[in-house]
Design a protein around this ligand. Structure first.
Ligand SMILES: Cc1cc2nc3c(=O)[nH]c(=O)nc-3n(C[C@H](O)[C@H](O)[C@H](O)COP(=O)(O)O)c2cc1C
Length: 355
């Protein structure tokens, strides 16, 4: 593998741009407002009766919430990873790590990832590699990535839009689909397929569902847009046309759940604990926040913990308001769709699944 210098500076660019620019497109930004859970005026439970806990890959989480994959692989990023790790450990949650490609190419960068297990010995941790690299990677490198963070699962990210738009991109996933079962056998931990802002359709999910993958992290449109991020790194305006490309997160969760019983992580554009509750009601098992955690993570672990505690409490409150004692009950709460999300569900034949 070549280009470690490029990977390092790209990682830094992404963090800088995500911290300083508006990288969330207007369209679908408020998609979760188009999902309404039906209010229960007379709940039979109080807030102390609510349990938000869940078991994922053998790890108990206090709530179905993780911090999404973002960083590592460039000097300085160990601070962000360390702050996130400390906060999720204290909060009893989980986290994804950013692409580990740079550290596989240059082992002196491993410390930017190894900090995570030092600070979070018990939390759920998801390793991360990109599709264009993973298809050519040796079994030894795959295992090294998992070992580097003592991961509970590996996320393979699909990011074709980003690969097409970034000057140093490798827009080619050929061979990955055929290699997937082998990868799942070799890595020794469950494998999740993750998008990074364009979502996963039921058609893609159907193809992947037949493979040995353990689930999906939808990475839907409506949150951080890599077209907007890459647009800021380019000198032309090629990327602008794709700024709101993709399947919105809400639609993607419903699409995948209509064909698969596997684990689904809702990610892309979630803002608070009410959005977490909505994600679970429409079919997800876990909910993920990436960019909303970046600014607090650049400051301190307490700031990350403050954000996560608020999200957890909002989720609990929403569960009282829908009379959901646990996540299993929340999954059955009736909901109504409006606007774009209702149109999507209707035109894609998902409406019969809407309660
Ligand atoms: C600065 C930054 C870096 C990211 N790097 C990765 C990455 O290395 N691997 C990956 O799978 N996703 C990466 N993502 C995508 C996130 O995991 C997530 O899917 C996406 O940001 C949508 O969530 P959000 O709207 O909550 O930010 C990155 C996101 C941000 C903001």
């Amino acid at each position: 593998m070549q280009d470690v210098g490029g990977t390092e500076s790209r990682k830094k660019d992404h963090i800088r741009i995500a911290l300083t620019s508006n990288v969330v497109p207007e369209r679908f930004r408020n998609q979760f407002d188009q999902v309404m859970l039906v209010h229960e005026a007379l709940p039979s439970i109080g807030i102390d009766d609510v349990s938000t806990s869940t078991l994922v890959f053998g790890k108990k989480l206090e709530a179905p919430i993780i911090v999404g994959a973002m960083t590592g692989g460039a000097p300085g990023t160990e601070v962000i990873n360390g702050n996130i790790a400390e906060a999720v450990e204290e909060a009893g949650l989980g986290m994804g790590v950013g692409s580990q490609r740079a550290a596989l190419m240059k082992s002196s960068l491993e410390y930017t990832f190894r900090v995570i297990r030092r600070k979070a010995p018990n939390a759920l941790v998801l390793a991360n590699l990109g599709a264009s690299n993973v298809r050519k990677m040796s079994s030894a490198d795959l295992k090294r990535a998992v070992e580097m963070v003592e991961a509970d699962a590996l996320e393979i990210h699909l990011n074709m839009l980003q690969e097409l738009l970034q000057p140093e991109g490798e827009p080619d996933f050929k061979g990955l689909e055929e290699r997937l079962d082998g990868i799942c056998d070799e890595v020794g931990v469950p494998v999740l397929i993750k998008e990074t802002g364009s979502g996963i359709s039921r058609d893609s999910a159907l193809r992947l569902n037949g493979r040995k993958v353990a689930g999906f992290d939808v990475g839907g449109a409506g949150g951080t847009s890599f077209a907007l991020i890459e647009g800021k790194r380019r000198t032309d305006n090629m990327a602008e046309a794709f700024s709101d490309w993709g399947i919105p997160t809400v639609a993607s969760v419903m699409e995948i759940r209509s064909v698969s019983d596997k684990l689904i992580v809702a990610s892309g554009g979630l803002r608070n604990g009410v959005d977490v509750a909505k994600s679970i009601a429409i079919g997800a098992n876990l909910a993920s926040f990436a960019r909303p955690v970046l600014r607090p993570a650049a400051r301190s672990s307490q700031d990350v913990k403050g954000f996560l505690d608020q999200v957890k409490l909002q989720l609990k409150m929403t569960m009282v308001l829908t009379n959901s004692r646990d996540l299993e009950s929340l999954m059955k709460v009736p909901y109504v769709l409006f606007g774009d999300m209702a149109d999507w569900a209707e035109q894609r034949g998902l409406i019969s699944k809407v309660r």
